[in-house]
Design a protein around this ligand. Sequence first.
Ligand SMILES: Nc1nc2c(c(=O)[nH]1)N[C@H]1C(S)=C(S)[C@@H](COP(=O)(O)O)O[C@H]1N2
Ligand SMILES: [Mo]
Length: 514
Amino acid sequence: MVRHSPVEAAAAGLASGAVTLGVAEVVAGLLVRVVGTDGTPSPLLAVADSFVDRTPAWLKDAAIAAFGTGDKAALIVGTGVVLAALSAGLGLLARRRRGLALAGLTLLCVVALAAVLTRPGAAPADAAPTVLGGGAGLLVLVALFPGSSAARAPTPAPDGPGRRSVLVLGGSLAVLGVLGIVAGRVLSGAGEVVRAARRAFVVPSVAVPVAVDPAAEQGVRGQPPFRTPNAEFYRIDTALAVPQVDPAAWRLRVHGMVRREVEIDMADLLSRPMVEALVTLTCVSNQVGGDLAGTAVWTGLPVSELLAEAGPLPGADMVLSTSADGWTASTPLEVLTDGRDAVLAVGMNGEPLPPEHGFPARLVVPGLYGYVSATKWVVDLEVTRFADAAAYWTTRGWAERGPVKTASRIDVPRGRSLPAGPTTVAGVAWAQHRGISRVEVRVDDGEWLPADLAAEPTVDAWRQWRLAWEATPGRHTLTVRATDGTGKTQTSAEAPPVPDGASGWHSVVVDVEG
Ligand SMILES: Nc1nc2c(c(=O)[nH]1)N[C@H]1C(S)=C(S)[C@@H](COP(=O)(O)O)O[C@H]1N2
Ligand SMILES: [Mo]
């Protein structure tokens, strides 16, 4: 009986784990690329997706607080670390109890299989990658821990002088496995069809384009621009792999409590007269002073037109929108039909929607947080009632309705010291669909000073503000508060993002040099 050193055993365990995933990811990549599936055949992605779907409000909030929009990368790195530890652990276990280690690997594969087969759109064939990967991983464990049946092991036992070669063999297999994982991800994530379709996609021109008043941009150095470039727009969603939706295959169904069901395809959508809407989107997970907000010009069809065509029945009070990957949002019917610029958007700042922002179509509704309104990759609108249906985040501890709370933020100065003398304090404030009527700044415990407001092209977007300040030496705390278009001043009561958005006044501490 061969007894590996702990290091050899851990390396062998890592090798079997890497081979399991490498084989599985290559097969999954081929399945996605060559055969095609609506499911998630990659065990890695399926497990991570299932984990995300089991995320309660507090955990999502904590993840975004800690990692911001890097939450996905953090989850992927975390998954890798956990899997590596599990594999090494199986190797250590196999040193003494090979049978138990084989059973452990099998159990992990069964768990992964359960995740794969319960993803939206799963088909039986999606099981193939996990089954083949698991088989390969078991063979590696058997080969590297020949046990008592060494003579009949399928590969020569790394016996006697070759024993040290377990490290080499295990290491090489681990590297091959990791290469397999990368190759599989590249294969399945390529989405070339959709990329080409996006390049060919022409955003319709509209009768009345948005012309943003140049005075909305006050031009203070160091302040984010009034309009957020697409590449800098924050991204928040539950999708670890960006859903690839081919506009040629895209359909949107409007159904539920309606007089007649409506289904449109992309040609139909693009043939209708579209509008442009200037809207600031905000995430409910944004902390006071945070940057999960952005402003764009959205080109799209007013949602109210689609709804009017379907004819909501009396009693309906909500539209449940669903994305291609099964995520849902609950939007009050009232908000979608009260005349505001709620759009089924295909364009963002004049470009087709970037894939990660919902290509080919998404919803944008001014005045509501994204989690109850801004469904990306949208494919379905069900007219229903809040009493009858609940959306993705509502079932995980967030409020069923999410009107945006009035917020203001100091962007300049921030996080550094400055020389004494005249300087500019500047920032942005938002209360979508109510507008901003006043912004005030306080230095330490002084009087509230009215800030100068930039132009407000629409009540649906944020508003920049600035204040001239004669900075005196020492440490100072600057605090801002805004008043919305209805005359209501932002509350000083501090609340965390869960369950319906953060509140409280934003402060920054600055050191003024003498
Ligand atoms: N399909 C889908 N749409 C979604 C989400 C999601 O997880 N899946 N997240 C929503 C949330 S919480 C927000 S804040 C906005 C963010 O949109 P953006 O990524 O384009 O900034 O998208 C919304 N639309
Ligand atoms: Mo969000």
